[in-house]
Design a binder for this molecule. Sequence first.
Ligand SMILES: [Zn+2]
Length: 110
Amino acid sequence: MTLRSPIRTCIGCRKKREKSSLIRFAFTLDGGIQLDRRQRLPGRGAYVCPDVACLEKAWGKKAFARALKIAPSRQKHLDQDSLERLKVEMASLLPGDKDRCKEGELDEQT
Ligand SMILES: [Zn+2]
């Protein structure tokens, strides 16, 4: 398989990258944002670099609301709690997370 992945723009830093190297977020029916690990959830998707900084940047400028076309009346879930939850979930997908886990284990041993 040599299929090239389509190009998407990170809504945080506006860099263009291959879709497969970005993390997709989808808008759920209850008005929240969900991390779409398999990039297969129905509906609109928003793409962010695999970098928590880009997620925060996108959140800060309400890029999710724009990218996912979320009406103002349904943006109640775009709050700090949701951001923290998504940050944790995203961090768990990133390679660097393993190092953080090791640090945690070391802390327990000492
Ligand atoms: Zn980015």
